[in-house]
Design a protein around this ligand. Structure first.
Ligand SMILES: Cc1ncc(COP(=O)(O)O)c(C=O)c1O
Length: 482
C-alpha cells in the first residue's frame, strides 16, 4: 500500500509491506529516510496522526509512537497549534538531487514491494555454512608461517585453484603465475588501469550503455575514457576502431546492462582489433557462471591470452561482502598490477583467500552455483511470464544469462518518470539512462534505444517479482495518463 500527501506531488511516500509486520518501524524508517535525504524539507508539516493512521490503515497509536520516536531523535518538531513539522537537518547532509540529475535509486530503505536493484545475488542463499566451514578449516590448517604479509600477488593456493576453475569452466588458459588476487573486480580494474597508464595507454573505450561508473573509474586512473555503442551483437568493433583507443573494457558474456552476448564474429574481430593496434582487452567476466539455455560462451581470455586481461570476482557467485576477485594478465602486465596492489593495499585477507580456495577445491563452490542457477532460472521464468502478461511479448531482453534483464517500455514513456513513480509505489528499479556513458567534454550520442528499465532479479523472490512487475505496469499506465 502506498500513500502520498505532500504539496500536490508524490513528494513523500510511505509504502507498507504488511506481510513483513512491524508497521510502526517501517513508517519510522521511511520518514527518517525522507527527512535525511531532504525529500521532506525543514518546516514541512506532516499529516496529523489521525490522518496518517487513516491513510495507512494502521492504528492511531502506531502513528503517535512513530512521531514520538522521531521527536525524541530530533527529526521532527512539534508545537501546540502547528502540528508536527520536519526539523532542520544539519548542513552538509545529502542534498536533494538537482533538477537535471538522474534520479538515483533510493538506497536508504528497502522498498516494500520489490527491489529490482541491479547486481545483487540472492543474499539469502549465500552458502554461509560452507563458508564458515572453509574459514575454520583455513584457520586450522594454514601454517602459521603464512600469517605474515602475503606474496603480493596473493595466495599461491588460491591462484592455482582460481586459474584451474577458469580453465575448466570459462575455457581460459591462465596459470597461477598470470593471476593476482584482489579485493573484488573494482579493485582489480583500478590496479589494471593504473598499470596500463604506465605502459603508455592513454585512452580506454567503454561500452555505452555500460556498467555504472566505469567511466569515472577510468578517468580517475588518468585515462581518457570514450564511449562505444552497443547493439544487439554487443560492442560495435568498427566504432571501436574509430576511437583511436588501445584498450577496451567490456562485458562480453552478458552485456551490462543490455544482456546481449558478444556475437561470434565480433569476438574474432575484437581480438583482431587488439592485434592491429597493439592493444589490450579488459574482460569483465562478472556473471558468466549463470547461463540458462546452454553452456556459457567461453572467455575471451582463452581466445587470446596475450591481449586479454580477465577480471573476475565472487561478488555475483557468492556475495559482494566476500570481496575477493582476480586479475588474469599477460606476463608483461603482471608485475605492474602486483606493484599497484602492494603499494596501495599490501594484500588481500589471507585466511579468506585460503577459505575460498578450499571452497572451490572441494566442489562446494560448484555445488552452490548449481543450486543458485536453478533458483535464478525459476525467477527468470516468472519474470518472463509476468512481463509478457503485463507488457506484451518480446519486451524483455537478455534473459539467456545472468541475473538481470532489460524491459523495453512502450515508446514515448519517460524512463525517469516511471522510475520515480515506481519508487513511490514501493518498487526500486533503474532506468537504462543510468548506464549511459557520461562524457567528460563531448556529448554522448543520443540513445537510439527505446526507453527501458534494468531489472535485477537476483535478490527478489518470485512473489515479489509478480507484484513488482504488476506495479511497474501500473506506474507506466499512470505516467501515460498524466
Ligand atoms: C558489470 C559488473 N562487473 C563486475 C562486478 C563485480 O564487482 P565487485 O567484484 O567489485 O563487486 C559487478 C557487480 O555488480 C558488475 O555489475
Amino acid at each position: 500500500m502506498t500513500v502520498d500527501w505532500a504539496r500536490g506531488g508524490p513528494d513523500l511516500l510511505v509504502a507498507l509491506d504488511r506481510d513483513a509486520g512491524r508497521l510502526g518501524l517501517q513508517i519510522q524508517d521511511q520518514l527518517r529516510a525522507g527527512i535525511r535525504d531532504r525529500r521532506l524539507g525543514a518546516g514541512e508539516r506532516l499529516p496529523s496522526t489521525r490522518r496518517l493512521a487513516e491513510l495507512l490503515g494502521v492504528s492511531r497509536g502506531t502513528v503517535v509512537d512513530v512521531y514520538e520516536q522521531l521527536l525524541a531523535e530530533g527529526y521532527v518538531e512539534s508545537a501546540v497549534g502547528s502540528g508536527t513539522r520536519v526539523a532542520a537537518m544539519p548542513a552538509g547532509g545529502p542534498a536533494r538531487p538537482g533538477p537535471g540529475a538522474v534520479p538515483a535509486a533510493p538506497w536508504s530503505s528497502r522498498p516494500a514491494v520489490a527491489d529490482f536493484e541491479y547486481g545483487i545475488p540472492d543474499l539469502g542463499s549465500v552458502p554461509l555454512a560452507a563458508w564458515s566451514w572453509a574459514v575454520s578449516e583455513a584457520t586450522r590448517t594454514l601454517p602459521t608461517a603464512e600469517l605474515g604479509d602475503e606474496d603480493p600477488a596473493g595466495s599461491r593456493h588460491l591462484r592455482e585453484v582460481v586459474t584451474a576453475y577458469h580453465r575448466r569452466v570459462r575455457s581460459g588458459c591462465a596459470v597461477a603465475e598470470d593471476a593476482i588476487v584482489v579485493s573484488g573486480f573494482r579493485q582489480g580494474l583500478a590496479f589494471t588501469l593504473a598499470t596500463l597508464a604506465r605502459h603508455g595507454i592513454v585512452r580506454i573505450a567503454l561500452e555505452d550503455p555500460g556498467p555504472r561508473e566505469h567511466d569515472v573509474i577510468a578517468r580517475r586512473a588518468g585515462l581518457d575514457a570514450v564511449p562505444v555503442p552497443v547493439d544487439d551483437h554487443g560492442l560495435d568493433v568498427d566504432r571501436l576502431r574509430e576511437t583511436g583507443a588501445r584498450a577496451v573494457l567490456l562485458t562480453p558474456a552478458h552485456q551490462c546492462p543490455t544482456g546481449v552476448a558478444l556475437g561470434p564474429s565480433r569476438r574474432r574481430d575484437l581480438v583482431a582489433w587488439a592485434d592491429e593496434v597493439d592493444g589490450v582487452i579488459l574482460e569483465d567476466d562478472y556473471d558468466a557462471d549463470f547461463r540458462y539455455d546452454r553452456q556459457p560462451v567461453g572467455s575471451l581470455q582463452g581466445l587470446n591470452p596475450d591481449r586479454v586481461i580477465g577480471l573476475g570476482s565472487v561478488s555475483k557467485t557468492l556475495a559482494p561482502a566476500i570481496r575477493l576477485g582476480w586479475v588474469l594478465a599477460p606476463a608483461r602486465f603482471v608485475e605492474g598490477v602486483v606493484e599497484e596492489k602492494r603499494l596501495s593495499s599490501r594484500g588481500a585477507p589471507g585466511l579468506d583467500q585460503e577459505a575460498l580456495a578450499l571452497l572451490m577445491e572441494t566442489g562446494l563452490y560448484d555445488r552452490h552455483l548449481r543450486r543458485v542457477r536453478e533458483l535464478y532460472r525459476a525467477r527468470r521464468d516468472v519474470l518472463a511470464a509476468e512481463a509478457e502478461l503485463a507488457f506484451g511479448q518480446g519486451r524483455l531482453q537478455g534473459l539467456a544469462a545472468g541475473c538481470h534483464a532489460l524491459l523495453l517500455l512502450p515508446d514515448g514513456t519517460s524512463e525517469r518518470a516511471v522510475v520515480a513513480t515506481a519508487a513511490t509505489m514501493g518498487v526500486r528499479v533503474n532506468g537504462l539512462d543510468r548506464y549511459r556513458f557520461v562524457a567528460a567534454d563531448t556529448e554522448a550520442e543520443p540513445d537510439p534505444r527505446p526507453p527501458a528499465l534494468v531489472l535485477g532479479f537476483g535478490n527478489v523472490s518470485e512473489q515479489q517479482i509478480r507484484r513488482g512487475i504488476r506495479t511497474l505496469a501500473e506506474a507506466v499506465q499512470r505516467q501515460h495518463h498524466t
